[in-house]
Design a protein around this ligand. Structure first.
Ligand SMILES: Cc1cc2nc3c(=O)[nH]c(=O)nc-3n(C[C@H](O)[C@H](O)[C@H](O)COP(=O)(O)OP(=O)(O)OC[C@H]3O[C@@H](n4cnc5c(N)ncnc54)[C@H](O)[C@@H]3O)c2cc1C
Length: 586
């Protein structure tokens, strides 16, 4: 076992982690621990754009952006946080421009902007051009730009280090409370365990899309950070709200950016009808994702889907012309050709919703401080990016608001953690800080049970796709819960084939599955208890939004320390500053 000591450690080297590192490393001794090589993080897969009311191509302002974010999130958004995000968006884009990000440009040389779902002019009058972009590789450019700037600044990276636990001890200044003193990691190359003592730890571990089978998410998005925090008895917020992106390649889930509709592409059913005109008469195909995904599923359920099984609809880009497709949407054009053998230049592309984004996560303040309940923070522990819940996305994130979130709240948490680290001393060693991780790793390595990781993962993803996707009911959610709990029992009998020390990815997949099972249970339990439809959570048995009973965030806590445990639910009020909940029409 090796030990290290830093003022701040950041877990995760996606957009959120590296944006935090750029701030923190200039102020305090900082290390970034990441299970992937930094430029392989999922931020690099983001396609469409990052929004900010720059008003470069038409009239716009950050107040309209705030309103759209609140309405887009079906009014479950904390409005103070949304205001901060939309106001600071403008600097966030210029920060990236100064760091060297090659944005698409207008003929006058300004950063170009395009339309995206739910972003409107003057409180819903019409779609507005607010998304800054670099072709359909915006996330790739953000990730590369941030990485280069981290390297320039001498940020220390520990690549292929899996953080599997954090260290919490009694807070000397606040009796009865805990303080975070570091994290414990498993080094993939050697199988060694490393203890990182730190004054502050920032989690930026990304999403958990691998709970589902049909997903736009990378294989690595297994919700580890949320899982680690949850196992410590800390809450997860709003986990019932999972976003299904409307345009996944049918049957595969690979993403076609909403930027395609931003450039003018149209959704059609089997008869060629532009069906979004019926569901969202004003902004049609550019309605927020929850509304478009529900509409697509309804078209299929009512028999208007296309293909041999009538189980998808079409994204029609044919009128955009080869030049727009090749220059502004080159990657997705290629994806459709490669994976479905369909050429978007001449044919409509079969699409269906794909699991995409976790609106919920580790609850934080606007400076990234992690909450241990509705009103108290855990000193020294921070979270930012998709693993966190600020909450700026409420029950449904608007497209392009996540690349924005990771930049704004990545930066804020990096500053906050570094400044905090200057005010405290290192705490004495916790007793046997690595014990939990050593037993987690060794128990799995030495296990001889008959269950296989892959079998359990397939079964988990199948039940989540079938029972906890765009539409759910009491009955389907109960089925999902029974299945997940059974899988958790089977998981205690799982074994891995590779018993070695070096590059044992088999072992890590087994550990990741444990986090996925844990999170799936939280998602389903939270969903069962929200008897209304709002944003990404559409209940067939409770089709309306119920502000009287459910205008509040869900907080889920793990009771007991074993894998098989109870989940206790609590609530947190929604912060409403300017906008009263209204009926959501587009
Ligand atoms: C295909 C696709 C397209 C998208 N397009 C857009 C878009 O156009 N606009 C938009 O706003 N949003 C988009 N999104 C969403 C957005 O890209 C993500 O929400 C955002 O990039 C997440 O950034 P992050 O830094 O939080 O996490 P990630 O970029 O996922 O990074 C997570 C990091 O955590 C590390 N990590 C994870 N677990 C551990 C562990 N146990 N120990 C150590 N390290 C760990 C990983 O190594 C990685 O470095 C898209 C998402 C997808 C999947």
């Amino acid at each position: 076992m090796q030990t290290h000591r830093y003022d701040v450690i950041i877990v995760g080297a996606g957009g959120a982690g590296m944006r935090a590192a750029i701030e923190s490393s200039g102020r305090a001794r900082t290390a970034v621990l990441t299970k992937l090589y930094p430029t392989r993080s999922h931020t690099g897969a983001a396609q469409g754009g990052m929004c900010a009311a720059l008003a470069n191509v038409e009239d716009d302002n950050w107040e309209w952006h705030t309103f759209d974010t609140v309405k887009g999130g079906d009014y479950l958004v904390d409005q103070d946080a949304a205001e901060i995000m939309c106001r600071e968006a403008i600097d966030a884009v210029y920060d990236l421009e100064r760091m060297g990000l090659p944005f698409n440009r207008t003929p006058e040389g300004r950063i170009d902007q395009r339309r995206f779902g739910g972003h409107t002019r003057n409180h819903g009058e019409a779609a507005v051009r607010r998304a800054c972009y670099a072709a359909d590789r915006t996330g790739h450019m953000i990730l590369q730009t941030l990485y280069q700037n981290c390297v320039k600044q001498g940020v220390e990276f520990f690549n292929e280090f899996y953080v599997l636990d954090i260290m919490l001890t009694d807070d000397p200044e606040n009796p009865g409370e805990q303080i975070c003193t570091g994290a414990v990691a498993y080094e993939l190359a050697t199988g060694e365990i490393h203890v990182f003592h730190a004054k502050a730890v920032i989690f930026a571990t990304g999403g958990a899309g691998k709970v589902f089978k049909t997903t736009s998410n990378a294989h690595t998005l297994t919700g580890d950070g949320m899982g680690v925090v949850f196992r410590k008895g800390l809450p997860l917020e709003d986990m019932e709200f999972y976003q299904f992106h409307p345009t996944g390649l049918a049957g595969l889930g690979i993403l076609l950016t909403e930027g395609a509709r931003g450039e003018g592409a149209i959704l059609r059913n089997e008869s060629g009808e532009r069906f979004m005109e019926r569901y969202a008469p004003t902004i049609k195909d550019l309605a927020p994702r929850d509304i478009v995904a529900r509409s697509m599923v309804l078209e299929v359920l009512e028999g208007r889907g296309g293909g041999p099984h009538k189980d998808y609809v079409y994204l029609d880009c044919t009128h955009l012309g080869a030049e727009v497709l090749e220059t502004k949407l080159p990657d997705i054009t290629e994806f459709a050709r490669t994976y479905l053998g369909v050429d978007p230049v001449t044919e409509p592309v079969p699409v269906f919703p794909t699991a995409h984004y976790a609106m919920g996560g580790i609850p934080t303040t606007v400076n990234g401080e992690v909450l241990r309940d509705t009103d108290h923070v855990v000193r020294g522990l921070y979270a930012a990016g998709e693993c966190a819940c600020v909450s700026v996305h409420g029950s449904n994130r608007l497209g392009t608001n996540s690349l924005l979130d990771i930049n704004v709240f990545g930066k804020r948490s990096g500053i906050a953690a570094a400044e905090y680290s200057k005010t405290v001393d290192f705490q004495p060693d916790a007793e046997l800080p690595a014990d939990t991780v050593i037993s987690m790793v060794e128990n799995l390595r030495n296990a001889t049970g008959g269950e296989r990781v892959a079998d359990l993962r397939i079964a988990l993803q199948a039940t989540m796709d079938a029972n906890s996707a765009v539409y759910r009911t009491e009955e389907t959610l109960k089925q999902a819960l029974t299945d997940v709990q059974l899988l958790k029992e089977r998981y205690s009998n799982v074994s891995v084939q590779d018993k070695g020390q070096r590059f044992n990815t088999d072992l890590l997949e087994g550990i990741e599955l444990g986090f996925l099972l844990e999170l799936a249970e939280v998602m389903v339990v939270s969903a069962l208890n929200r008897k209304e439809s709002r944003g990404g959570h559409a209940r067939e048995d409770y089709p309306s939004r119920d502000d009287t009973n459910y205008m509040r965030h869900t907080m889920a806590y793990k009771e007991g320390s074993e894998l098989i445990s109870d989940i206790r639910l609590g609530w947190k009020p929604v912060v409403q500053t300017r906008y009263q909940p209204m009926e959501r029409k587009y």
